[in-house]
Design a protein around this ligand. Structure first.
Ligand SMILES: Cc1cc2nc3c(=O)[nH]c(=O)nc-3n(C[C@H](O)[C@H](O)[C@H](O)COP(=O)(O)O)c2cc1C
Length: 205
């Protein structure tokens, strides 16, 4: 059962890298602002690829045939329940890492449910989402665009509206983030903003 104000979804395949460092900074900043946060590392969950079987389209409750075979639904429960969601992700080939994309594809049943107007999904509360994206390249005008679009159209099915992501460039080796004080400050500010949104939601604003 999800019980924190802010869910921080850590998407890297590498433990202890830059986006993990960002996730920890976010968690700290949320706590300092008076809200609660939990990090959910995607690499700890088994997620099978969507079979594109379209069973969810024909099912009365838009269920997935793989639901009991892996942990994708456990992760979706976080997106359904968390008051605020923040993604901390590296950029892999201009997009999100494959494990994250595999999970995104499995959300097809939520897209189908929304298309059909299923009550259980239409009644989900509108909530805010954020992303901190970390890339090795120092330049590239559209470096974060692939990940931004994927996350935006994934999250909207859960009633989550993604704000403009925080994109951090030129961070390749694990530990690079820590040696960029400006980036650390921006990540902490993002965490504080997420916490304030959660606290506002708690007070019914
Ligand atoms: C498979 C793979 C693909 C990558 N593709 C890109 C890319 O397209 N653009 C980029 O700037 N960096 C790319 N990188 C570099 C990572 O974004 C960078 O090392 C980042 O700091 C990794 O985050 P992490 O430390 O949280 O794992 C790639 C890294 C890997 C492992």
């Amino acid at each position: 059962m999800w019980d924190a104000d802010v869910a921080i979804i850590a998407c890297s395949h590498r433990a202890g890298g830059n986006s993990d460092a960002a996730a920890e900074l976010l968690e700290l900043a949320v706590r300092e602002a008076g809200a609660t946060a939990k990090i959910v590392p995607l690499r700890d969950y088994e997620v099978l690829p969507c079979l594109a079987c379209r069973a969810c389209a024909g099912d009365r409750l838009s269920r997935c045939v793989l639901a009991r075979k892996d942990q994708a639904e456990e992760l979706f429960a976080v997106l359904v329940r968390a008051p605020v969601v923040v993604f901390a992700s590296p950029i892999y080939f201009y997009g999100v890492p494959s494990r994250c994309k595999t999970w995104v594809d499995r959300s097809q049943r939520f897209w189908e449910a929304r298309r059909k107007g299923d009550a259980w999904i239409m009644e989900l509360r509108d909530r805010p989402a954020y992303a901190c994206l970390v890339a090795g390249q120092p330049s590239g005008q559209k470096l974060f665009e692939g990940a931004r679009f994927t996350l935006k159209y994934f999250l909207v099915n859960f009633g989550l509206t993604l704000s403009e992501p925080l994109g951090l460039r030129g961070m390749d080796a694990a530990g690079d983030l820590a040696s960029h004080p400006d980036a650390v400050r921006l990540v902490r500010e993002l965490g504080r903003d997420a916490a304030l949104m959660a606290l506002r939601g708690r007070n019914g604003a």
